[in-house]
Design a protein around this ligand. Structure first.
Ligand code: NHW
Ligand code: EN5
Length: 388
């Protein structure tokens, strides 16, 4: 069935439920001198390229490859359209490796036809902090599908990660592979219900009219929590403490330091938005919420070409109820003209989804670790990790 994945150090389907297998690395690191020094072979018409995301020209080529060939929903109505600014942010975190931004070009035309990336991360699994690569943006041009290019790209990124003495990875996918550590559900909260219905993202509910639907999803004009404001650079230490303490309760979560928080959570226009609650009395930072911006192209609609979506990122409540905090996040997203606010059922998100009128989507997201076995499947609420 899985000719490639059967050969890889990942939990196999036949091992599911076997509690005798130990938790941790599946295979030990090999001496660096034994890591293959040359790239894997591609079909002869293609060549490897390292993509310099600092270069405006290369960034645009990557952007266009993904815009036209990356992930679609199951009915091919929408396709993710990550912005150039977003890609730069996602691919250049603290201590990133340029060699992990891997492209494939056609030798004759030099056209970029495939892509895969890794970025370094420290991920905690129970009480072990593990150095990992987060793998994302695997994409093969539509005209080159089903030619077994993806396994070569995965082996090449693995080799380049090994060269940095890193032996584990984390990734997500909408497809089932051997073997998810957990499977999460996408939930959607309409902010602009008329547009969502017009483009086929959602449907008018039974016994609902358009005007009743618009009223149902109405939100206040501004956040209600006193002391709710945008995160600033001076907040990095306090946010880091708040977040580290909060994430410690999950089985799998990133081990963020201040540099990571500055990179991943400091607001960046049309990339990531973060808000916090500063107590008007004590000036303590007590709560935090964030979302990232990922529009989708709307395929074949006469009126609209893009859906502006916010994706729930990391949220922490210690004083403000999470429900109220997330309602304020919906309010600011609506004010910034997002059409929909998306969230997974990770961390404590289940506690607000239904009450804040999110509905389950038709998509799921499976989470995976490479070369690290987990004793049993996790519940989404045991997961403290959001990948882009
Ligand atoms: S998930 C998004 C993936 N991208 C897309 O869905 C975009 C649209 N689709 C495509 O571009 C986020 C192609 O369909 C792709 C497959 C390129 C997906 N993950 O070349 P073949 C990520 O980026 C397996 C992993 O003929 P194709 C995460 C498939 O099961 N494997 O297919 C990426 C089969 O293997 P099998 C996937 O359709 C994580 C083989 O590929 C996969 O032309 C990567 C078929 O290859 C997926 N999403 O191209 C793993 N989709 O064994 C990182 C298919 O079943 C691992 N396949 O025969 C860690 C590495 C680092 C380790 C460090 C220590
Ligand atoms: C790795 N970083 O399927 C990413 N999206 O539900 C790779 N559905 O938007 C993994 N089909 O349910 C990607 N509307 C996996 C996800 C791929 C994209 C995907 C789903 C997630 C999605 C929408 C549109 C469906 C269009 C037809 C959906 C219903 C919304 C409705 C709003 C009102 C309340 C009920 C729900």
């Amino acid at each position: 069935k899985h000719k490639f994945w059967e050969t890889q150090p990942v939990g196999q389907f036949k091992e599911v439920g076997d509690s005798s297998l130990p938790e941790g690395p599946i295979e030990p690191p090999t001496p660096l001198s034994e890591v293959k020094q040359e790239p894997y072979n591609l079909p002869s018409a293609y060549e490897w390229t390292t993509c310099d995301m600092d270069s405006e020209e290369t960034c645009l080529e990557v952007y266009n490859l993904l815009k036209n060939n990356y992930v679609e929903d199951d009915e091919n109505m929408f396709r993710f359209n990550y912005s150039k600014e977003f890609l730069r942010w996602a691919l250049r975190p603290p201590s990133y490796f340029r060699s992990w931004h891997i492209g494939v070009r056609a030798k004759s035309s030099k056209k970029l036809v495939a892509f895969i990336t890794g970025v370094p991360a420290r991920i905690r699994v129970r009480d072990e902090v593990v150095r990992m690569a987060e793998i994302n943006f695997l994409c093969v041009h539509k005209k080159l599908r089903s030619k077994r290019l993806a396994p070569v790209m995965i082996k090449e990124v693995t080799r380049r990660v090994h060269l940095e003495n890193i032996w584990q990875a984390a990734y997500t996918a909408g497809v089932v592979l051997p073997t998810p550590i957990t499977t999460c559900q996408y939930w959607h909260r309409s902010l602009n219900p008329k547009k969502l219905i017009d483009v086929g993202f959602s449907r008018l509910g039974a016994r609902m009219t358009m005007s009743r639907t618009i009223k149902l999803y109405k939100l206040p004009d501004s956040p209600v929590t006193p002391g709710f404001r945008k995160m600033e650079l001076r907040d990095v230490p306090a946010v880091t403490r708040l977040l580290r303490n909060y994430l410690s309760q999950f089985v799998v979560a990133p081990d963020f330091d201040e540099d990571d928080v500055e990179h991943w959570l400091l607001p960046s226009e049309n990339v990531v938005d973060s808000y916090l609650v500063e107590s008007p009395e004590t000036h303590e930072i007590t709560d935090f919420c964030s979302f990232y911006t990922l529009p989708s192209s709307i395929l074949g609609n006469q009126t609209y070409s893009t859906l502006k979506a916010a994706y729930s990122y990391y949220n922490v409540s210690t004083k403000t109820p999470l429900l109220q905090l997330m309602n304020d996040a919906l309010i600011v997203a609506k004010q910034k003209d997002y059409d929909v606010f998306n969230a997974l059922d990770v961390m404590q998100n289940e506690s607000f989804l239904k009450e804040l009128k999110f509905g389950p989507g038709d998509g799921q997201l499976h989470y995976y670790l490479y070369n690290y076995r987990i004793r049993r499947e996790l519940k989404p609420s045991e997961l403290g990790l959001v990948l882009l």
